[in-house]
Design a protein around this ligand. Sequence first.
Ligand SMILES: [Zn+2]
Length: 455
Amino acid sequence: MTPPLPPQNTPPAPPIAVDLLITARWVLPMAPHGACLEHHAVVVDQGRILDLLPIAAARSLYAPREQSDLGEHALIPGLVNAHAHGAMNLLRGYGDDLPLLRWLRERIWPAEAEHLSEAFVHTGTLLAAREMLRGGVTCVNDMYFYPAAMARAYLDTGLRAIVGLIVIDFPTRYGAGPDDYLARGLASRDRFRDEPTLRFSLAPHAPYTVGDAALLRVAALAEELDLGIHTHLHETRSEIAEHLSAHGCRPLARLHRLGLLSSRLAAVHAVHLEDTEIALLAHHGASVVHCPASNLKLASGFAPAARLLAAGVNVALGTDGAASNNRVDLLSETRLASLLAKGVSGDASAWDAHASLRAATLGGARALGLESRIGSIEPGKQADLTAIKLSAEELQPLHDPAARIVYSAGREHVDAVWVAGHARVRGGCLTAEMPAGLEATVCMWQNRLVSSRIH
Ligand SMILES: [Zn+2]
């Protein structure tokens, strides 16, 4: 039997209707590592990335309802700020130029004891979320008090967030102790658990502020509820020395003994690590969140970032709170991380620009257990995207877009930001208007903080 002839002159398939087509001179998808595509388009539908392909092919295949032609821009996955205390934007500049423990005991903890409230946290977190979005951040891992107020602020602004349910041994205006913090935190999680841009984690403040019983409960709850663990670790030498005399071991060893060391763990700072501790973190698949500006400002030291990467530890980047950094600016952390890694390791090839961008995107996503949903520009992932305008005069000439972004550009060059396909920044400005009364409320908190320092 004669096989049927192939159809002649088949008309081309009609274009596929999609929500959004974004075209850019460069697309840095982060997967595969180091890739830099020219004249490509990202196709977005229902909040997800549907396709990544050359612009000409995209125009013939898709019929977008909206189009964003970025021109001489680089499109990267949205930045992931893997450690922040959003509400502390209200404490920016409140305790500058002090070492960590004096800063905490003389400034931050007394201010929190007097002023912490739902309203304080909501206002501070709103400020932080707006600052982060303008700076190209699309996801933040936050740890603070009043998780319901944090959640509302992130929902109000559209920034994707992991809300850390704080656990700390001492009472605050928010809670009476570890059991109370956990009960309140888990109730907030229940209230917001269906919000698609929110996730929750367990956030024991640090081994030096949380006892064994609470840490054991955190380890058990993390397994039971499938939650990540977000904690400060080995930030300063004095913290480790105090822990040694109180517990007879270094903090990481105690976390290991109590069952907190796993791929669920995002260990923030990890400035002071021995080789065996780096190997232990790598073996258990734990992540380190490197916060270079905060570590420098509090004179905590230099995290062994290049050695961590070389050992196979997943490294993310964080800003920490505005009280210990004073810029909630993750893009500037990519530059600082690269420069510091080179200086500390004595190796100019350490932490190249691609490594820094990876830590700020995919590394962050992995630290938060979100690597299947965000962190790279790949079909199926959420359309969390940041466009950086590389045509500015001060960024010329241009040889390598990744190096240009990390070493030369700043957050002032962030031109557009999408979270789950929703435009949150256009033309360098937030698409949402400033909430009514925000400026006056910030001024009110500033006056209260000033008067509490005087008395
Ligand atoms: Zn912190």
